[in-house]
Design a protein around this ligand. Structure first.
Ligand code: ADP
Ligand code: MG
Length: 252
């Protein structure tokens, strides 16, 4: 048995009495690639905030590899092996792609050591491997400012992977990307899924179809249903909660 990488038990997060998460029960296996969808305001971002310690559950608990994360600060949760990618890329625009990855590989060292000392040969090999994984070898020595939005997203995913997390949390990675860039990010996540557990939040249904195995639908802070993309798309409850959503985020 592979075991669970992440579980939430009866997690409620209240903001002044409003329950952004409401008795949320969720679990995913080690090695799974899970996609979480849901209409705006369903609680998707709050769900990630509750996992990473950015907000504390009012009730219930979050378990990472069986360990209760209650009251742990964000940086400690991150050190335990949970890496989070926010929606907008947070790369250093005036550093090159390679320097960004160097920095991410050596977060524990200080910035000056990373920039002015020669990286060790194992760090260099690791950066070369990451450049290949994210498909940015030819742009390795370009300042990150010259990358397209999709390339920046891939660079930031590479920077996240550089810290060797066991669980990657990725919030809406393809918002605002072209179709081609969307497919590139999808292929990258599929490749990373071979060696990581990944939880992706996404609105773009074309992208969800490209990468999803099991999909969880959130609605009003709880799990509405789970299944394959075909199962959830045909579920009348899902169709109902998506009615009234803007056209581009609606289920077809
Ligand atoms: P999603 O990411 O699915 O669109 P969110 O998790 O961002 O949804 O928000 C869920 C609900 O909780 C929304 O109604 C939002 O307005 C509310 N909410 C989120 N964060 C806060 C906060 N810090 N204070 C008050 N309400 C919040
Ligand atoms: Mg959100």
């Amino acid at each position: 048995m592979k075991g669970k990488i992440l579980e939430t038990e009866h997690v409620t997060v209240s903001f002044d009495g409003f329950k952004a998460l409401n008795d949320l029960n969720f679990s995913m296996d080690v090695g799974e690639l899970r996609v979480v969808i849901g209409p705006n305001g369903a609680g998707k971002t709050t769900f990630l905030d509750a996992i990473t310690g950015k907000v504390q559950p009012t009730q219930g608990r979050v378990l990472f590899k069986g360990r209760n994360l209650r009251r742990l600060p964000e940086d400690e949760i991150s050190r335990l092996g949970i890496g989070r990618k926010f929606q907008t890329p947070r790369v250093y625009l005036n550093l090159t792609v390679r320097e960004n990855l160097d920095l991410a590989c050596t977060r524990h060292k200080n910035v000056f050591a990373t920039l002015f000392e020669r990286p060790s040969s194992s760090d260099r090999r690791r950066v070369v491997g990451l450049l290949e994984t994210v498909g940015l070898e030819v742009k390795a020595d370009f300042p990150a400012a010259l990358l397209s939005h999709g390339e920046k997203q891939r660079l930031e995913i590479g920077m996240l992977v550089a810290q060797s997390p066991d669980l990657l949390l990725i919030d809406e990675p393809v918002a605002g990307l072209t179709d081609e860039e969307t497919e590139n990010v999808g292929n990258l996540l599929l490749a990373l899924a071979e060696s990581h557990s990944i939880l992706v939040i996404e609105h773009d249904m074309e992208f969800v179809r490209q990468i999803a195995r099991k999909v969880t639908v959130l609605h009003e802070g709880s799990v509405l249903c789970e299944g394959t993309i075909e199962e959830v798309q045909n579920d009348p409850r899902v169709i109902e909660v998506y009615l009234g959503e803007p056209l581009e985020t609606s289920l077809p």
